[in-house]
Design a protein around this ligand. Sequence first.
Ligand code: FEC
Length: 313
Amino acid sequence: MSNKIGVLVMSYGTPESLDQVEAYYTHIRRGHPPTEEQLKELKDRYEAIVGGVFPLRANTDNQVEALQETLNRLSGDSGYEFVCYQGLKHAVPFIEDGVDKMAQDGIKEAIGIVLAPHYSVMSVGGYIKRAETKSSEAGISMKFIHSYHTHPKLIEAFANRVSSKLELFKEAGAERDMVKVLFSAHSLPAKILEMGDPYRDQLLETSREVARKAGVSNWQFTWQSAGRTSDPWLGPDILDTLHDLSKEQVEDILVAPVGFVSDHLEVLYDLDIEAKTVAKELDMRLERIDSLNTDPLYMETLGEMILETVKNN
Ligand code: FEC
């Protein structure tokens, strides 16, 4: 008889339509509605990327489906059957809805994983806290994966993407070593460093390993997508980094947003529109590596982390 394990696959979440942006933004702001101006600015960004379509929703659906297939393939005849449930941080189905669904299906044992490789108490920690509270109420025994930022298959997937985009620069006549590879991730309030949070160090480890695997020596790390609040956020921001690099006569930039695993607003707007515009003004060429989405190496990273957690318990 197979032993059924629930997998709560957690991701950021996105609205389904422009008229849901206000509720979504209010949720991100912990119940404080945005001003008219903030709301308009966010809607404009969504409209700019794909005319009101929200790519993160389909990407998360596809990742959850691909992970379930990968897990059941990798687990072979181990006697485990994995069933994946989606739980989103800021949109339906919320994390709590995913846990409820597991309970309705009679799941007693589960694993929680977030579609973000690096741990911060303010990011992955927040997902886990909500899932932990709800699963203990529902009588489900749930274990969590906190990070997987140096998994060899994750590093390989990012390194493959860096190498293939560097080839494009080469074809266009730029020497490989002259292209500055900028690893990036979502900024967080700078106070996390005083709290001894591992987020920044984990991101630097991923960047170092991807650079090593892709044979890149000309790289640096930069932050992106800082929130619009009065607290200081981790920097330098990518737009400032571009200005600094331009002063150093750098002409070719490849951005590798290793803190993200999907195509969504922070990649399609903040990098593909905003950063590209600044680079153009500075007379630089800026390209971005493709997002992982359902890359089999990424799915196997998640699958192997989950199987290891199940087997170690
Ligand atoms: O495509 C989409 O619809 C969603 C794109 C999206 C992703 C994402 C990932 C992360 N965030 C993280 C931290 C914060 C903090 C705040 C914050 C605010 C926003 C806003 C939007 C937004 N985030 Fe996000 N984030 C995405 C979208 N994020 C929209 C609100 C407007 C703005 O500031 O741009 C500040 C909250 C506050 O005001 O208190 C903090 C982190 C990640 C990466 C890890 C993860 O995926 O969970 C960290 C995707």
